[in-house]
Design a protein around this ligand. Sequence first.
Ligand SMILES: C[S@@+](CC[C@H](N)C(=O)[O-])C[C@H]1O[C@@H](n2cnc3c(N)ncnc32)[C@H](O)[C@@H]1O
Ligand SMILES: *[C@@H]1O[C@H](CO)[C@@H](O)[C@H](O)[C@H]1NC(C)=O
Ligand SMILES: *[C@@H]1O[C@H](CO)[C@@H](O)[C@H](O)[C@H]1NC(C)=O
Length: 774
Amino acid sequence: MYWLVLIPIAVAGVAILWKEIHSVFVFCWACFIRPLFAKVQTKPTHQQDALEHFYKSQAHVYDKTRTVLLKGREECLRLAVSHLPQDKVGGNLVWIDVGGGTGSNIEYMDHILLVPENFKAVYLVDLSPSLCAVAKQRFANRKGWENKVHVLVADACNFSIEYSKADLITFSYSLSMIPTFNAAIDNAVSKLDTNGIIACVDFGIQSSDTVIGRINTLGGLKNRESSWILRNFWRIWFEADKVYLDSARRNYLEYKFGTIKSLNTHNTKLGKIPYYIWIGCDKSKSELILHRLNCLATESPYLAPSDSNDIASIVDNSLVPISKGHEAALINFLKNLPYPSIYYQREIWRVYFDELNPHYQQFKNQYIYAFTWEDPREDHKILKFNSNDTVLAITSAGDNILHYASLPNPPKRIHAVDLNPAQNHLLELKLASFRCLSQEQIWQLFGEGKCDDFQHILIDKLSPHMSSNAFQFWMEKGHKTFVKQGLYDTGSTRWALRLTRWVFKAFGVSKYVDELCQCTSIQEQKHIWKTKLKPALFNPVVSLFLVGNPLFLWKALGVPANQAAMMGDSVLRYVVDTLDPLIERSLISSDNYFYYLCLQGRYTRDNCPDYLSSKGYKYLTGRATNNNHSTGELSSPIDNIRLHTDFLNDVFARLLSNSLTIAIIMDHMDWFDPNGLDAHKEISALKQALADNGRVLLRSAAQYPWYIKTFESLGFSCEPAAIRKSGKSIDRINMYASTWVCTKKPISPLSLTCPSPSSTTTGPSRRRMSSLKI
Ligand SMILES: C[S@@+](CC[C@H](N)C(=O)[O-])C[C@H]1O[C@@H](n2cnc3c(N)ncnc32)[C@H](O)[C@@H]1O
Ligand SMILES: *[C@@H]1O[C@H](CO)[C@@H](O)[C@H](O)[C@H]1NC(C)=O
Ligand SMILES: *[C@@H]1O[C@H](CO)[C@@H](O)[C@H](O)[C@H]1NC(C)=O
């Protein structure tokens, strides 16, 4: 008779199941079915009656039935919390949840930031009495919450609270239900503190036509537009429930506030309903901030104005190049639009760039280099940076930029330039990590290239230190990059890693690769290379299809045809000359993290870029120097990094003349056509930005690159810092045949022809700053 025991269990099971089914049934009935069959009743004249009609029957099942439908509510709260003014956290926060319904958001907040400990007051404002009743009951008998959480049955447009301003205002799936949304948003404008955060998560559709003229205010266009079908299907569907997905609501938010972060996504569980998460702030930022950001981007000396109201007086008479960001901000200002989203970010690293620049398309929203393939130790040996230097270098994966910044005596400013926005997104991620992560977390991300918790870390910690564009990029790619594949198995450089692995595997020598990576003597290393690995790698088949193949070179190693031509008659010979001497130079296991990474897909603690070491961490987080004990503020060398997403020429043109002392342009001139004008143009632009005796460091696949002549003809003196001879290595990568330093010769006083100021400062980018006076 054992089965008798099962009866009560079965009954209980059915009862529980019935409760669930019942919830779903009530929800579907109220949301999807009843609206379709509803008789044309007398239309309610008050919104409250309409809401009650909809919610009264389902208030008790509301929370249960919305977890699948209303996605992103937690992420939105967490994002808002990570951006809150830190001085208010810990007891002084005032929060208004507009259209807060049953109060589930407030309960969720408690998991992020303890409500009784951190908030002075929390207001739930909702027009539906039946939902408010659920909320009131929910908080009624909770210890410590009684005097903090206030449930107000009131309209979003005209509620009133005890405090004049709030630090946090949230709209969680409520804006789409408020017919008088303009007034509700205006009300939020009047109640948000100058340093406060407003957050909104909601359904909403957008088409590209609705963004023209204000794109730079939106914080990134990634996934913003949904297809015509989705747009119209969901808009019409939700209309039956009096939920309006029209674009105007979000557009008005984006007009009344400055956009800090935005994210466009879809509820994939329910047929791709488009929804967004957005956080913003008070849009009026002073002109002074604009001016400061301009100076930071252009290297013009920033003079702190004695009288802050009189900004025009300090800039009026100086001819300063104007950054593209400044121009854009000025235009927005004249149209009464918020400033570009980049201006509302906490960090000033990322220099404004125009997302619609068609040149960005070629990169297909992906970076090519997941790691930098140049030896920065050599750069320092050659150039000996010090704190008087202003350095411009190509971003690539940002490893070299971080190396320069983590030197004991780092340059006073580093401009990192890359045309590919994604390369700068990668460097932004690294910079943000040094702002807020532990050394261990940084190691997981960039040493191992793996981090299971990436998305949480991104939203909770890194996001306040990133531009909205970089945030969108990493929200989309982060999971694949750090959870599924690993950082070093992304970008085009992954092919170099993958193919090496396959080739060695195909020839059954993988175990020798591991042995090579553990060698403790050069002797041993040479032996394994000569007898096991080299024969596999330079097997005729591999040579033909991979190493000697232009397509492979371009795809996997980023070597274009112009450059391959510079390698001389035999690309294969070139590769042998690269690798053979390396094996004799230093141990792959401890002093060559470049090749170690290629072979093992990760770094080790004592074989990694300097910035990942404990010392690097100390320098880059500002713990090594400059520790200002009185304010507790750490100033770090990464404060002095600027990221430009543009052609080198455009960056040179907008830097103050004679402001750079060092430019490190890698092998990038190898890519130019020797018969074209590109090299000439670029070197001229570079010269303009470079100070007298300023130096250019470059690498080339040729021992004597053709464009050295161009440098010389334009007034540089050029010296090879190293030329690769067969059998000898010049650095730990040894992929280039030469390294050159070209120095800008000062114009001697005799030959000086005294150009008039106008002739040196013409061109579109050099305009008077007096336009700021408006
Ligand atoms: C879909 S519910 C979202 C509830 C809750 N914020 C959540 O995330 O679960 C929308 C809420 O907006 C409220 N609402 C609609 N119009 C309103 C108005 N004019 N003033 C205040 N609340 C309003 C509704 O009563 C409802 O509770
Ligand atoms: C808001 O407007 C309603 C009329 O719809 C009015 O009854 C209520 O008193 C107003 N509330 C406040 C705080 O002004
Ligand atoms: C930087 O320049 C100043 C002025 O020319 C000089 O006195 C100082 O020694 C330089 N600093 C370094 C580290 O070279």
